[in-house]
Design a protein around this ligand. Structure first.
Ligand SMILES: O=CN(O)C[C@@H](CC1CCCC1)C(=O)N1NCCC[C@H]1C(=O)Nc1ccccn1
Ligand code: NI
Length: 186
């Protein structure tokens, strides 16, 4: 199981590399990695377990963040209401955004990252809607259309696989600049 000590922090070159494609069928090692990446999110989103293991709760975790430069990331978008269904949960492998809205979207709270210990204020403009193509751990191909928060989370994770961090997208001079066409996501 991954703990905070296993999470690589900004400054480590692995976070700025283009990660490698994952080969199928998954090696035993890559199967374990996929399990561990998802387990971190499940445990961290359980308040009791989160506290017990001293974790920062997360909704996504990319392999480079645990020092593995491979195109794999876990995503666990919490259910909007108690007992509801998660809008998107999977381990995305060799993900590709095949289409994206012109319309931008950004989290009103800005973004953070488990690999970035400092707060970096500002809106992170992304695409409000994306069509995501990826493979799951069984090698099954998926194509999903996501919008708003789930789309933002997946874009944040896919950025990690290309050596990008959220603050790379923040406008240096006007960090909170928006245009009226930008969807602000609570
Ligand atoms: O690459 C992956 N990461 O860096 C983990 C990030 C991913 C999200 C940041 C913005 C979009 C995706 C993450 O989850 N966070 N960022 C730092 C601290 C907070 C935490 C978070 O948003 N937690 C959360 C939110 C809702 C419900 C439960 N927990
Ligand atoms: Ni991150």
């Amino acid at each position: 199981m991954f703990l905070m000590k296993d999470i690589v922090r900004d400054g480590d070159p692995v976070l700025r590399q283009e990660a490698a494609d994952v080969a199928f069928p998954l090696s035993a090692e890559d199967q374990q990695l996929a399990k561990d990446l998802m387990e971190y999110l499940v445990v961290s989103q359980d308040p009791e377990q989160c506290k017990k293991y001293g974790l920062r709760a997360g909704v996504g975790l990319a392999a480079p963040q645990v020092g593995v430069s491979k195109k794999m990331a876990s995503v666990l978008v919490p259910a909007p209401e108690e007992g509801g269904k998660s809008p998107f949960t999977d381990v995305i492998i060799n993900p590709v955004i095949v289409s994206e809205s012109v319309q931008a979207g950004a989290l009103t709270e800005g973004e953070g990252c488990l690999s970035v210990d400092k707060d970096v204020p500002g809106f992170v403009p992304r695409h409000d809607r994306i069509t995501l193509r990826y493979f799951d751990v069984n090698g099954e191909k998926h194509q999903v259309r996501l919008k708003n928060y789930p789309a933002i989370v997946c874009q944040h994770e896919i950025d990690h696989l290309h050596g990008m961090l959220f603050y790379d997208h923040i406008n240096k001079d006007h960090p909170f600049e928006t245009n009226e066409d930008m969807i602000m996501i609570e």
